[in-house]
Ligand binder design. Structure first.
Ligand code: ADP
Ligand code: ZN
Length: 713
């Protein structure tokens, strides 16, 4: 173990966080996790998706002198995105995987030895086949195992490739290992440490709360209502994207077709598609081509798209872990995101059959029951979720449907009696829809044929709408008055408790039904043109700027700037480079690359007519110099010649804007220029051309003037 000066480390780490990520502060636990790794200790890190795990294993690479962090990651798509994100912030990173040529891969592995790559992403299979041949003296400072739950048979996406990873400790016993995951119960957690042979690992458990994600559950929605609600989500986020998770391939395809018919840009993703089709769909989604992806749970692991604005569950997931992981894909950038789960009794029947077929029947049945409790809850949903992950929250969240629309109770005894009595008279031979139609006195054929119009309660509930009855009968099921016979075509039965309520006329309290949102009907004809506020207009404008930049660079838009950063830009409206640079989420590399187009758009929006002043390129150079870039690096970052950089420096010195010279010229170089300037002024530049960089003499002369100017002071 290494002794470290924590205070000094923190100062350095914070400077790097600002420089390479544009963030002012670490999130809770991030620095502790980093310090633990720098000290050479193993760790298991549990944080929700979007919690900020990447920084934890990337920072040790930045903090080390010439060291590399090897990141073991199961998905190639994820590697690609992470590498692109790192490179966009000026951090040298690379991936070794089967998508690249062997030659490319070899090349990258050779560069490892020189410490020129700071982060290497690699699949577990590849690492295993590779590592035994690697030199023991490679400058590896950390192994990070991402999605570490894949190592455990107990986890829900076990990957055989992960099981041999104990080889890491055999080959590199002195290098610390950090195992990271978003989902791990105690069993899996212990298994991870055991399988990787971690030595006395420190366990870090981050908060699972994701307050920016809103939670909403709709019980038993009809087909049209579902589509209308999804449509409204898409409309609210016209230029962004979301996911609709479906229980089956058929469901995904059907939903995709219906949404496409309404004019939305839609994709489908499920395990039956070919790898190629899946990759293409995923690619289009990541690039922002698609507004909505209709998918089975096969989609999403390793999707590192930070601006997914909403997630819909068309069916209830099989447990809270899956649910939380899936909704967690929304709003990873920390900006507000919406989630919506549709829950119907048909889902329960399907999920129940999955449980019956599964290996661990009791466990899975228990998990399904907890999921169902969540769906039916009338308490703050976030509190239920967090308590499931053993985290307590002492207040209601204010960002779930229960908090926002607390149920209003009323005496529903009469409604309950009508429904119970009808079920008795129907002799338990009808499902919900038929029961409602009987109560409302509908005349459809099947009802008449079966003689249901002859029972005494036929039409007794004609005063309520279908939706109202649907809501109240659902509540009666939740209250235990009625039961659904899943093995008998989902027919409703009166429970013993229901019989007592009926016979003894016990009071029943129900939650008042309020229509969720007004339904829209018919086909969509054109984009809605909502009234946008000035801030929304600016946001749209900035998104257009972002899309253009992304096209030029051929990267996904969120790699230019995330939605959250765009929202910050809208809030702060920076009108010059310095103000732009100080916005959270903007690294130096991005400042230099992007400040002009964004600031220009903001100035235009604000009606500022004057042109951006002169001397801007010099200001950029100064910013880079002050943040530690040397002259070749500045030239590369700005895509200009080093000589031009020297010209900028000379201008800056003449304007007294640059007063510290040691990083741009040595004392000897300066004295040499002075000497030639004295002895042979007319041939100064020719003489020095071979001895030092082309622009340097000009800088020396500017320094000399500067010193003369300031001698008198
Ligand atoms: P995870 O890997 O845990 O799912 P990420 O590492 O992708 O999460 O981080 C989620 C988001 O949070 C990213 O947009 C990331 O840039 C941002 N983030 C991480 N650390 C910080 C921080 N200290 N301050 C602000 N944003 C952060
Ligand atoms: Zn709540």
């Amino acid at each position: 173990m290494i002794n470290i000066d924590i205070k000094e480390l923190k100062t350095r780490a914070q400077a790097l966080l600002a420089r390479f990520y544009g963030y002012g502060e670490f999130r809770p636990l991030q620095f502790d996790i980093i310090a633990n790794a720098v000290a050479g200790r193993d760790s298991v890190v549990l944080m929700p998706t979007g919690g900020g795990k990447s920084v934890c294993y990337q920072m040790p690479a930045l903090l080390s002198e010439g060291g590399v962090v090897v990141v073991v990651s199961p998905l190639i798509a994820l590697m690609k995105d992470q590498v692109a994100a790192l490179v966009s912030n000026g951090i040298p990173a690379a991936a070794v995987n089967s998508l690249q040529s062997e030659e490319e891969n070899r090349n990258i592995l050779e560069q490892l030895a020189t410490g020129r790559i700071k982060l290497l992403y690699i699949s577990p299979e590849r690492l295993l086949s590779e590592m035994e041949r690697w030199s023991r003296s490679l400058p590896i400072v950390l192994f990070a195992i991402d999605e570490a739950h894949c190592i455990s048979q107990w986890g829900h996406d076990f990957r055989p490739g992960y099981t041999q990873l104990s080889l890491i400790k055999e080959c590199y016993p002195a290098v610390p290992v950090m195992a990271l995951t978003a989902t791990a119960d105690r069993l899996t957690r212990d298994d991870i440490a055991l399988q990787l042979r971690l030595s006395d690992p420190k366990l870090f458990i981050g908060s699972f709360d994701r307050p920016n994600i809103s939670l909403k559950v709709v019980v038993n929605p009809g087909k049209t209502q579902r589509l209308a609600m999804i449509g409204r989500l898409i409309d609210r986020h016209r230029t962004d994207s979301g996911i609709v998770y479906c229980i089956s391939r058929k469901g995904a395809e059907e939903t995709a077709r219906q949404l496409a018919e309404r004019g939305y840009r839609t994709g489908v993703y499920h395990a039956r598609l070919s790898t190629e089709e899946r990759n293409r769909a995923q690619e289009r989604f990541i690039n922002g081509d698609l507004q909505v992806m209709c998918a089975t749970v096969a989609f999403g692991m390793g999707i590192d798209k930070s601006n997914i604005r909403w997630v819909v569950h068309n069916n209830m997931p099989r447990n809270i872990e899956s649910y939380y992981q899936e909704i967690g894909r929304a709003g990873r950038d920390g900006a507000p995101a919406e989630t919506l789960m549709f829950y119907s009794y048909g889902d329960i029947a399907t999920l129940q059959s999955f449980v019956d077929e599964s290996g661990q029947r009791t466990l899975n049945a228990e998990k399904l029951a907890r999921m169902r409790e969540y769906a039916e809850a009338s308490l703050c949903r976030r509190r239920i979720l967090l308590s499931y992950f053993n985290e307590t929250m002492d207040h209601d969240c204010g960002n779930c449907d229960v908090c926002l629309n607390p149920p209003q109770r009323f005496d529903g005894t009469i409604h309950a009696q009508k429904a119970l009595s009808a079920v008795v008279r129907l002799q338990g031979q009808a499902g919900i829809t038929m029961l409602i139609d009987v109560l409302r006195g509908m005349g459809r054929q099947e009802l008449m044929l079966r003689g249901f119009h002859l029972i005494k309660t036929y039409g007794a509930g004609a005063d309520l709408s279908f939706a109202e009855w649907n809501a109240y009968i659902t509540q009666m099921i939740q209250l235990g008055l009625l039961d659904i016979a899943y093995n008998e075509g989902n027919h409703l039965k009166v429970t013993d408790y229901g019989m007592r309520v009926l016979r003894e006329r016990l009071p029943v309290t129900l939650a008042l039904f309020t229509p969720y949102e007004r339904r829209t009907s018919g086909r969509k004809t054109a984009w809605p043109e909502p009234q946008l506020s000035p801030a929304e207009i600016l946001l749209e404008t900035l998104k257009e700027v972002r899309v253009k930049l992304a096209r030029v660079e051929m990267v996904a838009p969120y790699l230019v700037l995330t939605d959250k950063t765009l929202l910050e830009l809208v809030r702060l409206q920076p009108t010059d480079m310095a103000a732009f640079a100080s916005v959270e989420g903007i690294s130096e590399r991005k400042t230099v690359k992007y400040w002009k187009p964004f600031v220009t758009a903001i100035r235009k929006h604000l009606g500022i007519k004057e042109k951006l002043g002169s001397g801007l390129s010099e200001s950029e150079t100064l910013l880079l110099l002050q943040s530690g870039y040397d002259i070749p690096a500045i030239a590369e970052a700005k895509n200009i010649k080093p000589q031009t950089v020297y010209n900028h420096l000379a201008t800056l010195i003449s304007a007294d804007r640059l007063t510290e010279f040691s990083s741009i010229i040595t004392r000897d170089q300066y004295l040499r220029v002075m000497q030639v300037a004295r002895e042979n002024p007319s041939e100064l530049f020719q003489i020095l051309a071979g001895e030092m960089p082309l622009g340097m003499p000009k800088v020396a002369l500017a320094i000399s003037d500067y010193l003369l100017r300031h001698k008198a002071d």
